[in-house]
Design a protein around this ligand. Structure first.
Ligand SMILES: Nc1ncnc2c1ncn2[C@@H]1O[C@H](COP(=O)(O)OP(=O)(O)O)[C@@H](O)[C@H]1O
Ligand SMILES: [Mg+2]
Length: 307
């Protein structure tokens, strides 16, 4: 059984919201049976699940001290993925939850307060040798701080290549026990959650060396194609989500001309220095009849040319 833990010291960063959403996406992606575990005494996830009419994902409200036993029982019952929501705290008990994680997802709002709070969560994960994945959540579209937050977070660990933006449908969907995808499958929020799950699924597959959960298709925007495929990944055919996806790399084939053993040697020639590609670009723009405007640094207007 794989264990995904959502943790962050900061309340309101999106742990509960993303726990429910990711569990449902995992289920739709065929990674289930999925169990959601609420370890937060506030019980917001339990309230969401109680309002939910669909029976899956399964749900368990578990005291932090009973977690080991609960995970064992869920594994025995055939659960393949546990998604654990945690309270906003950095205590020994959170440390105890993180100890069970295959991957620790840390939702972070792009705000100075949230960014300052990530260090404590990262420390806990590092203490247990666990991989952390930051998810920038509730970002304002096109706000500069979103990119700045991602750069700041990248100093501490991997930042998911999918940003979840601030949209009212997240709060609205949680009221009646659904997800944004279940309310409006074609909405932008639904697409973000779907892509976020696909990315997390591919990370989980690698971290746990479980090729059976390697996503068959990943969004073209993910820069993860350069990675060599997991050994003997079996083909999966389910494609619950449709467009904007490309085939993931196939499993390595021992007879393949390009298997790792007989791959062509990497050239030891030094790389050619940068040879003015930008100039060639401009030349071809000129040849194509395109005008070339010189951008002002930081988008400022120059005093001579206010436009
Ligand atoms: N991407 C988002 N867009 C809009 N509202 C969000 C988003 N993510 C979370 N929220 C809202 O923020 C509040 C706190 O989220 P929650 O998931 O409960 O955080 P946590 O569990 O970390 O305390 C909730 O009201 C939730 O609906
Ligand atoms: Mg919560």
């Amino acid at each position: 059984m794989h264990v995904l833990v959502l943790a962050s010291q900061k309340g309101g960063s999106g742990k509960t919201t993303l726990s429910g959403h990711l569990a449902v996406e995992a289920m739709l992606a065929g990674v289930g049976p999925v169990a959601l575990i609420d370890t937060d005494p506030q019980g917001s996830l339990a309230e969401w699940w109680n309002a939910r009419s669909a029976p899956e994902p399964h749900f368990a409200k578990v005291g932090l001290l009973q977690l080991s036993e609960a995970l064992h029982q869920l594994g025995q019952a055939g659960i393949r993925l546990a998604v654990i929501d945690t309270p906003p705290a950095i205590t020994e008990s959170i440390s105890h939850v993180i100890a069970h994680a295959d991957l620790v997802v840390v939702p972070t709002r792009p705000s100075p307060h949230d960014l300052r709070a990530v260090g404590a969560t990262v420390d806990l994960a590092e203490r247990h040798g666990k991989t952390v994945l930051f998810v920038v959540n509730a970002a304002t579209p096109r706000a500069r701080i979103t990119g700045e937050a991602a750069v700041a977070l990248s100093q501490h660990g991997t930042v998911a290549p999918v940003t979840v933006h601030h949209r009212v449908d997240f709060a609205a969907s949680m009221i009646d026990g659904r997800t944004v995808g279940e309310v409006a499958a074609r909405s932008s929020s639904a697409k973000e959650v779907r892509e976020l799950w696909t990315y997390i699924q591919s990370r989980l597959a690698r971290l746990t060396q479980d090729a059976s959960i390697t996503p068959v298709k990943v969004p073209t925007a993910f820069a993860i194609h350069g990675l060599s495929p997991l050994e003997s990944a079996p083909a999966r055919t389910s494609d619950p989500h449709g467009a904007d996806l490309v085939e993931a790399d196939p499993a390595p084939d021992a007879n393949s001309e390009f298997s790792r053993e007989n791959a062509p040697p990497v050239s030891s020639e030094p790389m050619a220095p940068f040879d003015g590609r930008r100039e060639r670009g401009r030349a071809s723009e000129a040849a194509a009849g395109l005008s070339h405007r010189r951008a002002q640094p930081f988008g400022r207007r120059s005093p001579e040319n206010p436009f």
